[in-house]
Every structure is written in structure tokens, then in C-alpha cells.
Design a protein around this ligand. Structure first.
Ligand code: HEC
Length: 203
């Protein structure tokens, strides 16, 4: 998370936060480079080069906002004052929790069942599918760009969707979701995907 948080803090949040590494299982770890057993020469060359790269690595770490402070143990703070004195976490705690999206009954759309279905589908999509297919289905990699379903399959789009989400394509990295979602939920995801289909007609 360090590189992600650091980069976001630097680029999106104008370094508003202080990124403080904390101790804990899976929160920091050493990195290593592996070599094939026979590549001893390469291994030795890299071993020799690494110390000289120290300053350059530090430069890059700063450039990408990587947190560099040693991790602290949260529970070990002598008093809450210590934690509060860290600008970062204290500020994070002050951020209001993200509000769950509210579907207002008074919304003109709310009377349109397909709009509501679309909203539900979009939420499921962003919670589960976006991890691979991109938030709101915005995905640069064509193979997994679900905005291209219509271009790719035309009339068969619906069938392809159902078969793929039910059965997955395990050998290609697409999990099967049959046990996870109901058909109503698949229907709502499909309704959402219909709203983002690319109008492009060329392949
Ligand atoms: C772990 C990553 C991952 C997740 C999560 C995931 N998918 Fe996929 N999905 C893939 C990959 C990879 C492919 C492309 C498989 C291939 O190359 O044929 C794919 C393909 C698809 C396709 C067929 C695309 C096409 O053009 O043939 C559909 C439809 C689809 N996914 C829907 C979903 C939906 C809906 C969800 C959420 C419920 C979801 N996927 C979650 C990885 C994922």
C-alpha cells in the first residue's frame, strides 16, 4: 500500500497527508531479486551494482512519494497524543466516511425500474468486477474492456455475457460467478454494461 498511498498523496492529494508506515502482518516486507541457479554471474553483477544505485533508488522513492520512515507500532504508542501528533493518520481519521450512495425516491429516475437496476448493477460491478475490468468498466486493455461487448459480439452479446459470468473462463483468469450472485444481480450488471457500450463501429 505504501507506493500506492504515497503516489496518490503526492499526485492527487498534493501531499496533504503524511504517509506513515505501520508495523503489522503484511504491512511491510523486504524485497528480493531471484535468479536462476545458473545465473551466478548476473547475480554477482547486480549485487555489485546495487550499492551504487542507492542514491538513485532514494531519488526515485522520493519522486514517487514512497514512504521512507521506519514503521511504527500503533499499539505501542505511549499515549494517544503521539498518534494525534502525526499529521497524516489524524487527518485521515477526520475525513468523513464515504457515504453509501443514496437512491432518492423523489428522483425522477427512481420511478424507472431500469435506472434503479442499472444503479444496483453498477455498484456490484464497481465492487467486484472493476478490480479487473476497471472502474465503471473503463479499461484500456481491449481484451477485458467490457465496453466492447456489443462491438465484439453484436446480437450474441447477451448470451456471451451470461455464459461467461456463470461459467467464467478459469484458464484465462475470469472467475465463475454463478455461486456468488443471483440472476437478478447478473441482470442488473448487464443493464449497467448496456449503458457503457462503446459506440465505435470499427474493431
Ligand atoms: C480476477 C479478474 C476478473 C474479475 C474480478 C472479473 N473478471 Fe471478467 N474477465 C476477466 C478476464 C481476464 C477476462 C478475459 C478472458 C478471455 O481472455 O477470454 C474476462 C472476461 C469477461 C467477459 C467476457 C468478455 C469478452 O469480451 O469476451 C465478461 C462478460 C466478464 N468478464 C464479466 C465480468 C463480470 C460481470 C465480473 C464481475 C462479476 C467480472 N467479469 C469479474 C477477469 C476478471
Amino acid at each position: 500500500w505504501g507506493p500506492v498511498a504515497g503516489w496518490l498523496n503526492k499526485t492527487t492529494y498534493e501531499s496533504r497527508f503524511r504517509i506513515q508506515p505501520v508495523e503489522g502482518a503484511g504491512l511491510s516486507w523486504d524485497a528480493a531479486i531471484g535468479f536462476a541457479r545458473t545465473s551466478t554471474q548476473l547475480r554477482d553483477q547486480i549485487d555489485a551494482a546495487l550499492p551504487q544505485l542507492g542514491p538513485r533508488i532514494a531519488e526515485l522513492a522520493a519522486k514517487y512519494g514512497l514512504p521512507s520512515d521506519p514503521p511504527i507500532r500503533l499499539g505501542a504508542a505511549p499515549s494517544p497524543i503521539k498518534l494525534a501528533s502525526l499529521a497524516g493518520p489524524a487527518q485521515i481519521l477526520r475525513q468523513p466516511a464515504a457515504k453509501p450512495p443514496v437512491i432518492r425516491v423523489s428522483d425522477a429516475n427512481a420511478t424507472d425500474p431500469s435506472a434503479e437496476t442499472m444503479t444496483v448493477g453498477k455498484e456490484i460491478f464497481n465492487g467486484t468486477c472493476a478490480h479487473c475490468h476497471g472502474p465503471d468498466a473503463v479499461q484500456a486493455e481491449r481484451r477485458i474492456d467490457l465496453r466492447r461487448l456489443r462491438i465484439r459480439y453484436g446480437e450474441d452479446m447477451r448470451d456471451k455475457f451470461w455464459t461467461t459470468v456463470h461459467e467464467g473462463r478459469p484458464s484465462k483468469g475470469m472467475p465463475a460467478w454463478r455461486e456468488v450472485f443471483t440472476d437478478d444481480q447478473f441482470e442488473s450488471i448487464y443493464t449497467f454494461l448496456l449503458t457503457v457500450q462503446s459506440p465505435e463501429t470499427t474493431n
